[in-house]
Write a protein that binds this ligand. Structure first.
Ligand SMILES: [Fe+2]
Ligand SMILES: [Fe+2]
Length: 184
């Protein structure tokens, strides 16, 4: 598999989670109480799967390889991607705090959680679209197959070290469960 194919597959998982999040936001808006265990699972997915694992692969291996291949870091696509990852991190930190307040049982915090979810979904939706249509085709054009294999192996190692094989399966199981609960 090509490195960008793996990232594209992960985008599909993340987009599924974004759809779950939109449903959750809709429930919060209509005053329905959302299962807090599900909210914990979603937060873990966003910080470990999306940020540590997926954004980690892009930042630590794909972007540097593109720079080595002559794509400028400053003032271009890579800089925008990095700053969006940073924004995503800040939004997830805010969401964590808001969910903690919500879990204390005060429904007044529901609209705060809902607004932060909307902010996150909007950011990640356009971020993923830009990577799929601009950044990954650029990577496919610029990286030769040796470099690509090297990056793909680095991705596998990052995943083993940072989240572990079993954890990856757990995230897929969580996605399945949430899909059944919120999107069927
Ligand atoms: Fe990214
Ligand atoms: Fe990405």
């Amino acid at each position: 598999m090509k490195a960008t194919d793996e990232l594209t597959k992960e985008h599909e998982g993340i987009e599924l989670m974004l759809r779950v999040l939109q449903t959750v936001a809709g429930k919060l808006k209509s005053g329905e109480r959302v299962n807090t265990e599900n909210l914990n699972g979603i937060l873990e997915f966003l910080s470990i799967f999306v940020d540590k694992c997926h954004h980690g692969k892009e930042e630590e291996f794909l972007f540097p390889a593109l720079e080595d291949a002559g794509v400028p870091r400053d003032g271009g696509t890579i800089r925008v991607m990095l700053s969006e990852h940073e924004q995503g991190r800040r939004i997830v930190a805010k969401l964590k705090d808001a969910v903690t307040d919500y879990k204390s049982g005060d429904n007044a915090n529901a609209s705060n959680v809902q607004l932060i979810i909307n902010e996150y979904v909007a950011l990640l939706t356009q971020h993923i679209a830009k990577e799929n249509t601009v950044l990954f085709p650029m990577a496919d054009a610029k990286l030769d197959s040796n470099k690509d294999t090297e990056i793909f192996e680095a991705f596998e190692q990052l995943e083993r070290e940072r989240i572990g094989v079993g954890k990856h399966e757990e995230f897929h199981a969580l996605l399945n469960k949430l899909e059944h609960e919120y999107l069927r």
